[in-house]
Design a protein around this ligand. Sequence first.
Ligand code: F6P
Length: 510
Amino acid sequence: MRCDQTPAWKALTTHAAQASGFDLRTAFAQDAERASALSQTAPHVFADLSKNHTDVATEALLIELARQTGLASHRDAMFRGEPINNTEGRAVMHWLLRQPEGSLGGDLAAPLKLVHNTLKPMLAYAEQIRADAQITDVVNIGIGGSDLGPQMAVLALQDFVTPGKRFHFVSNVDGHELAAVLKGLKAQNTLFLIASKTFTTLETMTNARSALAWFQADGCQDVSRHFAALTTNVAAAAQMGITTTFGFWDWVGGRYSLWSAIGLPLAIAVGAQGFRDLLAGAHAMDQHFQTAPLEANLPVRLGLLDVWYRNFLNYTSRSIAPYHSALRRLPAYLQQLEMESNGKRVDRNGHALSYGTSPVLWGEPGTNGQHAYFQMLHQGTDVVPVEFIAVKKPTHNLADHHELLLANAIAQAQALMQGQADEGGHQHFPGNRPSTFLLLDELTPASLGALIALQEHRVFVSGSVWGINSFDQWGVELGKVLAKDIHARMASGDRASLDSSTAALLDRIR
Ligand code: F6P
């Protein structure tokens, strides 16, 4: 049943009206158990949900909503490999990439075998590159899901990265990016990884061709040693002359592909065991998502919280605040995950929705954000739920720094909630501003894997309740088509049937 037609939706609407005066400070004062009642652990992640505009009654109604919209059966359909990506007729099986070898029977036994038969040579290749002292620089050329995941993860796990190798990520068709990277490189010491699920993406193909030309102009010939393609379209890679290829499958969405061959830069960076640990951490979260009761299921609770905020309290964005500088690309990664998955205006059958879907995600690492936009979070006119992500143990020995960092994270969550009285004055903080606090013991391949899988599944949960297809991305196509047309018009000078703004801009850049 569509979420807005369920009895639970109606009950939540009434509940939201009744709870309009909800105040976190009162809620804490009235219930000494609030923090423990609204906190939980999941594999590698502790979550404190208690500073959110919810209580046990809200959560119970949200769980009802999940039941009435068939969340559990939708989740189980994904884990059975059914084609839940209905607009593309595809299964959604990124989770299979982290499933232990031989652990599934039936229809999934064969694809799982394929997964491991692909993973093993990929990890062997990663080890070979790690041992190859001549290769000092690895350049990943890819965009969107073929860039953000590996880039975010290589940065996040920088303390695990093998010495002697530098990693570069080129995504933009803007030649300034590729040119700046190539400037510091020698062809004979460089490995290019051309990462593209489709091997048709304009940006990646343009960068790949230019990299190939640069490589040959530098006097090198051995493309099979210095170029590898990570793709579902091995034939297209071969056409470009790239014969070293690592494949994956159409049932892995681009923004869910870190676990596939797209993760090769990370596997080179942290080694085969590190990559396997990442997969194991994610698999632990998959199991939690599949088996924990809905009430104690962290991705379910987070996804339902997102629905509550978006549809009942009308909070339209979420700020991601990783208090760990190595997680600085996490907000960008999560932006694609959430907004490309759930930025949809029609349901699975193509009918227009009368309720909101994906929030806007944005953020920067703490404490930097505190000195930039936290002003708005504390005293602006909009309420923006903040998601703090902190790590207990640092990997450096500058103990003071880490204590200060964590103190700031906790203090910000407290300040947002607590506020400060100053009748009508500029130093008045209204408080009662919501946040979630996620805490990892350590930032390791395993905990990163669990954190990312948690985020994938929470996006699944809200998308499922909204009744949308979280696994297609038709909204990116129109711009691609129009860019081709505009590009052709640059050369031809043809302005026929263009609006006057587009025509004038074209004239201006000529
Ligand atoms: O244009 C959007 C998109 O298709 C994303 O979904 C994807 O992650 C990105 O482009 C890159 O696509 P590909 O891996 O096929 O080059």
